[in-house]
Ligand binder design. Structure first.
Ligand code: SAM
Length: 317
């Protein structure tokens, strides 16, 4: 699929639930989500129909996300069916890792090739603070369970937050020496309701570069991260800058929310409904949504929220 600006769209992020077993402060409200009625959400069959429709239009990479995708019942079956869909070359999944000790093996067997696991700090008290209810041990156990399964690639996602984890940049980066993982520092985006973070919480990716003078550049892999490596490391450091240096011109993705809305741009309120359509109907809507993908997401600032109109857990990161 090509949009009106000539971008080839080959990457779909499908959110399979808005629910989560953590409550990260920059992602969702403390009291969780206002649970929507079952009838408002895509069924598993509809999700698979959407994947087939997207694949028939040229989507070849699928990321399953949420909310927390691993709290969804039948997630392994969904991944297995997605991986078997004609045209889908790669199924990846983004998770907080909490349920990986139980699910890493079944997910690998179902055909999931790559995992992104979120980890914002290596300090126990800070981990419990940022997630509001998680424990660092559980997250580390999840990463280790995934490593034991031998996924093609494991990336750790760390949101950079000024005054919270900017003092830990070197320690977090050193995880690429301890484990064969990539670690990506992601700029905080103004997507949340809470008053937890003001403009001072935003730090640009360049701060990570300043704190890691021993990094050497690595040839880009076609993704949106700027890639570097520490001497002696087993994986790369990726720097992702949606706020300070947007990459909209290279954006090759669309999103589908758990309640069946196609979002051609993360930071736009524009949405196209899929719920209740058959595969052919979904194909038409996807084509239309892709064509109208906004040229760029507009300026993001911390004095106002992103125009996305939803919290991150209701979109899928
Ligand atoms: N529950 C899973 C997890 O924790 O990875 C998947 C969903 S979560 C919404 C996906 C990613 O979005 C996580 O890496 C999270 O850190 C990131 N994210 C959420 N809110 C964000 C924000 N305001 N700015 C930057 N990244 C954010």
């Amino acid at each position: 699929m090509e949009d009106q600006y000539g971008r080839q769209i080959r990457y779909l992020r499908l959110s399979v639930t808005e629910l989560c077993n953590l409550r990260c402060r920059y992602c969702m409200p403390e009291d969780g989500v206002c649970k929507k009625r079952h009838e408002e959400m895509l069924t598993q069959e509809e999700m698979l129909a959407a994947i087939r429709a997207a694949a028939s239009l040229g989507i070849n990479k699928l990321r399953i996300t949420g909310g927390e995708p691993l709290v969804k019942p039948n997630i392994v079956e969904l991944c297995r069916a997605a991986a078997a869909t004609e045209g889908i070359k790669e199924v990846c999944l983004t998770t907080n890792g909490v349920l990986l000790p139980k699910l890493a093996g079944p997910l690998k067997a179902a055909g999931v090739k790559r995992l992104n696991i979120s980890l914002d700090t290596l300090d126990e008290a800070k981990y419990s603070f940022i997630t509001r209810c998680g424990t660092l041990d559980t997250a580390i156990a999840g990463i280790e369970a995934a490593l034991a399964e031998g996924f093609e690639k494991i990336k750790i996602n760390t949101v950079l937050i000024g005054g919270f984890n900017d003092g830990e940049i070197a320690e977090l980066a050193a995880l690429t020496r301890r484990w064969p993982v990539d670690l990506r520092f992601i700029e905080l985006m103004p997507m949340y309701d809470s008053g937890d973070f003001g403009p001072e919480s935003f730090i640009p990716y360049t701060v990570a570069l300043e704190r890691l003078p021993e990094l050497s550049p690595v040839t880009p892999d076609g993704g949106v991260a700027r890639l570097y490596r520490l001497p002696g490391a087993q994986g790369n450091i990726g720097l992702i800058s949606p706020v300070s240096a947007h990459f909209c011109a290279e954006c090759n993705r669309i999103r589908i929310t758990a309640d069946g809305k196609v979002k051609p741009c993360l930071h736009s309120a524009e949405e196209y409904a899929l719920k209740g359509l058959d595969e052919n109907g979904m194909r038409e809507v996807l084509r239309d949504a892709v064509f109208h993908k906004p040229k760029w997401h507009g300026e993001l600032s911390f004095s106002e929220r992103s125009h996305a109109g939803r919290n991150m857990n209701q979109i899928g990161g």
